[in-house]
Design a protein around this ligand. Structure first.
Ligand code: ADP
Ligand code: MG
Length: 287
């Protein structure tokens, strides 16, 4: 059988070690040996790309979202769960929206990157405001735990945010008012939805558990299942957490996480995500 390496961004706090520990236990239950390593390797890019990294591993469960290491490991011939391209498409929220264009999602515009000083943020803010109305959601393309997601209540706030984010990839998005402080998190494995929870926050429009949102188990309806599974398949993901917003006319796709934490949703739903993911990987490799 193949040997597996699990790459985790953090290996210091117990809460952050939960995912690799559980996946390792479940892979070993299936008779697959694995090692867990942090993502802090220095990969050699050149004639012998990544030779110093891969050792005798055949597979990698990549629990991080840095985009360079997966590309290097794939160049070395490793099969990654998730694949490098899928990780990259999820890591950048704008790339995710472009890849999923055609699925129901909030109206979204990207902010052209600008490295010059000056520029007319006030004019730009006026234009975005007239297209999307207020409040308007502003997101950095790279971010997690709701920390890089903002709400601009009026043109003044939007101009301030635009100025602040000018040199960073970011997007403007219609605020889905019906979904304020709540969303639906769906875990998909091998393109199939396996668990879902509704997340609700008090006093914040963002419902991330890391910001104090509370999760509750829900039965997945056909529409949420279909939208999540289509997103996971279009992005080529083995494993992901899809965030759906509750729109006026139905669900809207918010974002897709290639490295979604599963400890919270396991507790809320009782679904053994680590086991399902390990079994899926073993079945895929046996094909
Ligand atoms: N367009 C939107 N309208 C309403 N709420 C939103 C919108 N976009 C995001 N949110 C809320 O903010 C949270 C964080 O946004 P998300 O895009 O998932 O970023 P992150 O990667 O930081 O989790 C979502 O879970 C949702 O509760
Ligand atoms: Mg999210």
């Amino acid at each position: 059988m193949k040997t597996v390496i699990l790459i985790n961004p953090f290996l210091d706090r117990e809460s952050e070690f939960y995912q690799p520990r559980r996946i390792k236990e479940e892979l070993e239950r299936c008779g697959v040996a694995c090692d867990v390593l942090p993502n802090a390797w220095l990969a050699d890019v050149g004639e012998k790309i990544g030779e110093n990294l891969t050792g005798s591993y055949d597979l990698c469960v990549y629990l991080d979202k840095d985009k360079y290491l997966p590309r290097i490991l794939e160049k070395r011939g490793m099969r990654l769960f998730n694949r490098a391209e899928a990780v990259e498409l999820c890591d950048d929220k704008m790339l995710t929206h472009i890849a999923l264009a055609g699925l129901p999602m909030p109206r979204t515009f990207f902010a052209p990157l600008c490295y010059k000083s000056g520029g007319n943020e006030d004019e730009k803010a006026g234009e975005i405001g007239s297209l999307l109305g207020y409040p308007v959601v502003v997101k950095e393309c790279y971010g997690s735990f709701g920390e890089q997601v903002y709400l601009a209540e009026d043109e003044g706030e939007l101009a301030i945010l635009s100025r602040r984010l000018k040199n960073l990839p970011h997007l403007f998005q219609e605020f889905v008012a019906e979904s304020r402080g709540k969303d639906l998190r769906v875990i998909c494995i091998g393109g199939k939805a396996v668990a879902a929870m509704k997340r609700t926050a008090e006093g914040d429009f963002r419902s991330n558990l890391g910001r104090g949102g509370k999760g509750e188990k829900v039965e997945l309806d056909g529409e949420a299942r279909d939208l999540s599974e289509r997103a996971a398949s279009l992005l080529g993901l083995d494993y992901c957490g899809v965030d759906l917003l509750f729109g006026k006319k139905g669900y809207l796709l918010c974002e897709v996480n290639s490295n979604a934490f599963f400890g919270g949703i396991e507790r809320v739903t009782g679904v053994n995500i680590a086991r399902l993911y390990a079994e899926y990987m073993v079945a895929t490799m046996r094909k």
